[in-house]
Design a protein around this ligand. Structure first.
Ligand code: SAH
Length: 399
């Protein structure tokens, strides 16, 4: 018996995103001879395990039957008694609906000390991924973590929970969602109560549904949302709606189209400086599109500028550009490209191509042609696009 030399850890792997694992968890994992991995643990976290560690999956997903709890404990004890250190990896936090409590008791009963390493539980991380603060004080005095499963200690008393007026965070609740919603409504909870379901939170495949309580179960079914998912019921769920609206607004603020005319081999830094000079007091974040003539399709500096700022580059043909009248034609542009100007027509064409406009008649120049470091820039917006956020910008409006 080498119990004194061996180590046992009950480790929370967090909700999914590997970066949400704690330093302590990664360090313990790096020491273990054997790693017993649960359901819902992102396999990517095994990058922190030793290359020669023995990895055992004991979860019920992936078509395999889950290992009975007693067998898991027996396996742990066997390895520990053979002198091997054991990391027991669980999704989220090991002590939140993870049976970590039972496993610790079993190890203790066998005379083995295990370290518990907390993880970020899905019940906090999943709402947070949508901007929901589960105890936001404008909405709730507390939060209740509850299982929707109904097994083990029996069915939660939904009427009593509704009466607490606290945020309800439901684990394992997807299969019984209609019953749960029905019970809460029957208990007098408002049919308008905001609800959220978040599937595979903090993973790339994360999806969610937001709906008032009266439609919630149907909306979740229609979206075919399934396990694993966290359900949030309470005023705080409206924070997710507020965030979605803010995101939409941010998107609709990208109302400016920047037309660029540049010499061959212009540097990204010069283009950047020219665009910023032309913007004046307009916000760089308002730029939605960059546009130029299609002969510049391989201009490295321009491509670099666009990719650095994650801006789409629209290209227009000589014919398209020639069809847009320019107030003061450029002799140089005419000599090189056969058009009267590039930046102003391109800005207008790009603005006209946006959702808010039907033709270049629906677009206007916000900033006329400016030249800087050999780069010409003009800025246009669709007439129906949201106005610039600061009234001070209106004086630049040279329509
Ligand atoms: N110990 C875990 C919970 C285990 S119970 C923790 O602290 O997070 C399993 C339930 O957790 C699932 O049914 C689901 O409700 C929730 N869950 C776990 N990971 C999740 C994720 N990435 N997204 C949404 N829900 C998750």
């Amino acid at each position: 018996m080498h119990a004194a030399m061996t180590r046992a850890w009950l480790i929370g792997a967090g909700p999914g995103d590997v970066e949400l694992m704690t330093l302590k968890a990664t360090r313990a994992l790096a020491r273990a001879d054997v790693v017993l991995v649960d359901d819902l643990v992102n396999p990517e976290v095994l990058q922190f395990a030793r290359a020669d560690a023995q990895v055992v999956y004991v979860g019920k997903r992936g078509g395999h039957p889950s290992t009975p709890q007693a067998d898991i404990v027996a396996q742990m004890l066997e390895h520990l008694r053979a002198g091997r250190s054991v990391a027991r990896l669980k999704g989220g936090d090991p002590f939140v609906f993870g049976r970590g409590g039972e496993e610790l008791q079993a190890l203790q009963a066998a005379g083995i000390e295990a370290d518990v390493i907390n993880g970020i539980t899905a019940g906090i991380a999943a709402p947070a991924a949508l901007g929901i603060a589960v105890t936001h004080r404008d909405y709730a005095q507390g939060v209740v973590f509850v299982t929707g499963h109904g097994a083990g200690s029996g069915e939660p008393d939904w009427a009593a929970l509704a009466a607490t007026r606290m945020t309800l965070v439901i684990y394992m609740g997807m299969r019984r969602l209609a019953d749960i919603a029905g019970a809460l409504l029957a208990a007098g909870m408002s049919a308008d109560m905001p609800c959220a379901a978040i599937e595979s939170a903090t993973r790339p495949e994360q999806r969610h549904v937001l709906a008032p309580l009266r439609d919630f179960a149907d909306a979740v079914a229609r979206a075919r949302l399934g396990s694993p998912a966290i359900v949030v019921i309470g005023g705080v769920a409206s924070l997710a709606l507020a965030r979605e609206a803010a995101k939409r607004d941010a998107g609709s603020m990208k109302t400016l189209s920047v037309g660029i005319g540049c010499r061959l081999h212009s540097e990204a830094a010069d283009i950047d400086a020219a665009v910023r000079a032309a913007l004046g007091s307009h916000d760089f974040e308002q730029i939605g599109t960059v546009a130029t003539i299609d002969t510049k399709v391989n201009e490295t500096g321009l491509l670099e500028f666009c990719s650095r700022h994650q801006l789409p580059l629209r290209l227009f043909s000589r014919e398209q550009i020639a069809a847009v009248p320019v107030a003061s034609p450029s002799v140089a542009a005419h000599a090189h490209l056969g058009v009267d100007g590039v930046c102003e027509p391109c800005a207008l064409l790009a603005a006209a191509a946006s959702d808010a406009a039907a033709s270049t008649h629906d677009a206007r120049l916000v900033v006329r042609k400016t030249a800087h470091a050999g780069v010409t820039v003009a800025i246009a917006a669709a007439n129906h696009a949201a106005p610039a956020p600061h009234p001070a910008h209106q004086d630049q409006d040279l329509r």
